[in-house]
Design a protein around this ligand. Sequence first.
Ligand code: BES
Ligand code: ZN
Ligand code: ZN
Length: 495
Amino acid sequence: MIIEFVHRKYAEIRCDLLAYPLFEDEPEGAPAVVALDKATGGVVRAVHSSGEFKPKLHSTCLIHGPRGLKANRLLLLGAGKKQELNLARWRDLAGAAARSAKLAACKTVAFAARSEARLEDLARVCSEGALIGNYDSDLYKTREKESRELERFLILDLKGRAPGSAQEAIRRGTTVGDAVNLARNLGNEPANVLTPASFAEKCLSAGAKAGLDVEVLERGDMEKLGMNTLLAVARGSDEPPKLIILRIKGQRRRKGAPLYALLGKGVTFDSGGISIKPAEKMEDMKADMAGAAAVLGTMVSLAQLRPSQQVMGLIPAVENLPSGKASKPGDVVKTLLGKTVEIINTDAEGRLILADTIAYARSIGATHLIDIATLTGACVVALGMVYAGMMGTDQKLMDRLRKNCGTTGEKLWQLPLDDDYRKAIQSEIADIKNVGNRWAGAITAGKFLQEFAEDTPWVHIDIAGVDMDHDGRPFAAKGATGFGVRTLTQLFLRG
Ligand code: BES
Ligand code: ZN
Ligand code: ZN
């Protein structure tokens, strides 16, 4: 899809659909509304007064062949309350415009960006939104697709502002939007296609295109290093585990400067292992690598956008299955760090693979750690499908992450990582066990990881509730969301 920034009068734009956002708290007599009404021969007033359309957030009204416009259709798009507008909302509005146009079989769409925000920010988030809205999860449908892709998305500035660096902003937005869709594609792939080995292959191909150096540690390497918790999870599967390390080409290690490591849980299928999960909804566990997908997406976008800080990505990729070789409840293993773990429940496998990955990241020089993982059902119970859980030992970093939520639209809620939660994972036989009691499961998982981060500043993001959208939104298709790509990319880029 081609995305362009245009500042011409909307009445003159030739396109299949012109999307025009209207605000809930905008009086009918507001100059912009009156002008649109005049330009269209009174349709705006008509649909308002008939009660057909109220500008509630993401409500729509499609008008065919509007008189006075060169556009074939006019889409009135509810934009909610003006005072609630932020960049995240503009992204979603652009996305809703793109998605509505696509569902109406349109090819070219113009979006009236009626915003006071900086042009660069606006062009960037609208580009992201357009790409996200244009994506569909029907990877393996052989019918009823095609001819539905949008070809051109025009961002209209109605304020007559000079385009300035809009072009660069569109490039950045396109890079991030494509990276989000890359992560969504991976999350939507079934586990018979996306195995640890094929995940590594995807990293190699996407990395080569974007400018990443990709290193893959094999089972033998992990055995030599002593990554026994990662290996303990992989034991039950015939698919060999991979530890994928992503570095930005040409980014040289500066001694003394911080080196951030992004760690993503890459369980390509989580059956629970011997502590097997119930059959209902087990298919969703194909997306238990959403953290890994977010790390790959982020590294792909950062490689193109060149952050000033040093960042690397680490992805432990495994499949968690029961078999005659699988780890059993009660097994004790020694981690890379040297601490011993009693595996009480083989379904708490994410923390096991992350424990060794955290230790490994520190051993190769990481000074700051951020892990992202579909880690606990308990986090979904606590925060539902709206907020991701966040906890850690680096308050400054968590504050920075949270400050960006109004721009990224990815909501993060901090949970307490109090030391009193640690006793739930005290083991009788080993240094620590991999599950606690019934309570505060998201936090006890975090306490487990903290044992391996030790004094290295670390943040953990639990995306178990937000990695998948089962209902679909006006601005995005059902399925994997790519949550985390925008949060982690934004952290390293200004603006
Ligand atoms: N992958 C799951 C967590 C999950 C649950 C992700 C729901 C997405 C949606 C994780 O490996 C898991 O099974 N965790 C267990 C931990 C428990 C055994 C302590 C859980 O949350 O039930
Ligand atoms: Zn599990
Ligand atoms: Zn899991």
